[in-house]
Design a protein around this ligand. Sequence first.
Ligand code: ATP
Length: 369
Amino acid sequence: MKIVLENLTKKFPGRNKKSKDEVIAVNNFNFEIPDGKLIGLLGPSGCGKSTALNLLCGLLAPTEGKIYFGEDEVTNLPAENRGVGFVFQNYALYPHLTVLQNIMFPLENLKGKDKLTKEQMREKALEAAKLVQIDELMDRKPGQLSGGQQQRVAIARALVKMPRVLLMDEPLSNLDARLRLQTREEISRIQKETGITTVFVTHDQEEAMSISDMIVVMKDGVIQQIGEPQKVYDEPENLFVAKFLGTPPINVFTGEIKEEKLWIGSDFCMDVEGVRNQEVYVAIRPEGFVFCQEETPERKLHCCLQAVEVMGRDISVVATHPLLENVVMRAIISSETKVDTGRKEISFELKKNKVFIFNKETEERIYLK
Ligand code: ATP
């Protein structure tokens, strides 16, 4: 089931009529989520992710705009008639009910032609439980389960009615690091197996990038960029997106373009044909540095070496530079490279496809030829 958002906007009024502190939590969203895909809504705290999800499921009514599920407009349809499954951060299981009863719960209220017998409900619950691999635990109470198992019960409960759309709000936040990893792989598998169009909310870019077919990066209620995770990482359209994606984070310097050459301080870094003279931000991915053993002055970025961290396959060179916006910069290079940790200065050449230049005022990307 594809989902279409048209001019979708949600404003929250200020606390009193006179106050101007109106919040536009979702600002004019226009995009289509293709059928059967998993979409990650991604952005820092307060950017409007949960509001967007609540609009989709019908817990909130939009101030403006429309929502379509397939060809049906659902903007004014009550939540219970939209055919959505919802998974929350805090599982929200009934503690006094068993796993089976929790999963069956959404089926209990079906009416008319949809009404099921107890046996049919049990069968459907077992099917959903098998999908998330908790069918061995049906008689336990939530208190007798681990966090990861509880979240699987919540997912099974959301799936038991075979929803048209599955919505997940930070479903992994309460799990420890290992379980997060395992459960996110599970979610990806379940989503592929069921083919249910899924919207997944998270502030964790690594999580969103690893499981989403498409990510929507948001800031202050405004969409910054939409696309396949790798494409957004490789081609960020503005400085915010470049900074938001990537671990370790991208290294941002202030620089200047003079006569079609990019300078960071007195270091000439690369040719930028056709770009007018201006002050810029230069953002360099950690994997965009090539360590230079030999000192030659041309096209190099000279930095002060702080530390060399061994990470196994790679090493992370930690350095500083007076025009760096971050506290320190990190360059990830192959562990086969020998870096003399006693040296004070370290120089890098830059990989052109890992360097992004942004206008200093608008912070929009300046594309190179
Ligand atoms: P988090 O990751 O912290 O959950 P979020 O990205 O999900 O954040 P939202 O909860 O959607 O963000 O909130 C978006 C903005 O709308 C915030 O500025 C928030 O303060 C505001 N907001 C949310 N709900 C209400 C409300 N009921 N009344 C007024 N303002 C609200």
